[in-house]
Write a protein that binds this ligand. Structure first.
Ligand code: ADP
Ligand code: MG
Length: 369
């Protein structure tokens, strides 16, 4: 079983209007395409904290100079959606074709660019639609030369975890009190009962379904971002290939691709939440803090501490991500960052989270029978 580290990318977005209005100063710098540095705004003269990731993505055309001129002119070039997809998305697809399970998830505070990277906005398509496009391009290509018995099937599920309850995003039917049941399957890990699986035969069909699911998401307004999702969204694509191998035997390869847009990682008190919003905030933080605990435990295990228990069962999110993080999956994480001093605490906490995730090793196997 080849062991491999989780791939970690960080991506800084441009200043938003709130930051510009408040004359925010940039505290993030990316001296190379792997290095990310952050300054403490209360002490801009001090050495920045330094991190190294598989990819550090810069979003400023040229650079906007902070009050202390901190946005480094040596920063690597602007990374657009295509660059991010080429680096991260293509590898995911390559692994899916080989029959590996793959997961890609986006972490960061509300408004930091998670959905921009995953789904994208308008013509700036993110990894999810670009990956779907590429997948069907590949399938169409294969079909041209395929044997008559060869078969390529794609099914889609889409769900949301909101207040520790699971909702099917591919139906408008209410899930009932407590949400859909999550139970342990003898071989598949934790699965969601009665979840819709939609069979999709083309890019247009999967795009339609994902748009439908996106419309069904629970959205609520907070001070951070007027239409921010306070829920975790998981798009799961199952790709099954039936092909003859060189010896003429029928083989089936299966790959589950999990694309996860996590809820905002900020503490509830920084978003001005009260009442119901606060309750959501704490449930989201409970789910995310369990994710944090799992990542810490997995990182410890990967560094040789054998007896560490990983608390996957402590939240719905980590039950469903168990395979993606601890088991049979090739995993990529994108941590989304604000460049601004006013978000220092949250951005530093995101960088630390990403730094811990780097240490995790997973051992994926090809699912072939
Ligand atoms: P999140 O999903 O983390 O709450 P969004 O992805 O919705 O945040 O991003 C918030 C805003 O910032 C959106 O208007 C989005 O278009 C913009 N944005 C985020 N990342 C980038 C980027 N890399 N380049 C340009 N604009 C971005
Ligand atoms: Mg979002």
């Amino acid at each position: 079983m080849p062991e491999e580290n989780v791939k970690v990318a960080v991506r800084v977005r441009p200043f938003n209007s709130r930051e510009t209005t408040r004359n925010a100063v940039a505290i993030i710098s990316m001296p190379t395409s792997q290095q990310t540095e952050i300054k403490d705004p209360s002490n801009l003269k001090a050495e920045p904290k330094k991190f190294a990731f598989d990819f550090s993505y810069w979003s400023h055309d040229g650079y906007t100079e902070g009050a202390d001129g901190y946005l480094s002119p040596k920063s690597p070039k602007y990374a657009d959606q295509k660059k991010v997809f080429d680096d991260l998305g293509l590898g995911v697809l390559e692994n899916a074709w080989k029959g590996y399970n793959c997961s890609l998830f986006a972490y960061g505070q509300t408004g930091s660019g998670k959905s921009y990277s995953m789904v994208g906005y308008g013509s700036n398509k993110g990894i999810v639609p670009l990956a779907c496009e590429e997948l069907f391009k590949g399938i169409d290509q294969k079909r041209k030369t395929a044997d008559k018995d060869d078969d390529f099937q794609v099914t889609l599920s889409m769900l949301e975890i909101y207040n520790e309850q699971v909702r099917d995003l591919l139906t408008t039917k209410a899930p009932g009190k407590g949400g859909l049941k999550v139970r342990q399957h003898p071989s598949k890990g934790f699965v969601v009962e009665t979840l819709t699986t939609a069979s999709v035969g083309s890019y247009a069909q999967i795009e339609n379904k994902i748009n439908e699911g996106t419309r069904n998401r629970t959205v609520a307004s907070t001070n951070m971002n007027a239409t921010s999702s306070r829920a975790h969204t998981i798009v799961a694509i199952t790709f099954v290939q039936k092909q003859k191998n060189d010896a003429g035997q029928n083989m089936t390869k299966t790959s589950i691709i999990n694309l996860v847009d996590l809820a905002g990682s900020e503490r509830a008190d920084s978003t001005g939440a009260t009442g119901d919003r606060l309750k959501e905030g704490s449930a989201i933080n409970q789910s995310l803090s369990t994710l944090g605990n799992c990542i810490k435990a997995l990182a410890d295990q990967s560094m040789g501490k054998k007896k560490v228990m990983v608390p996957f069962r402590d939240s719905v999110l980590t039950k469903l991500l168990q395979n993606a993080l601890g088991g049979n999956s090739k995993t990529v994480m994108i941590a989304a960052l604000s460049p601004a001093d006013i978000n220092y605490e949250e951005t530093l906490s995101t960088l630390r989270f990403a730094d811990r995730a780097k240490a995790i090793r997973t051992s994926a196997v090809i699912n072939e029978s």
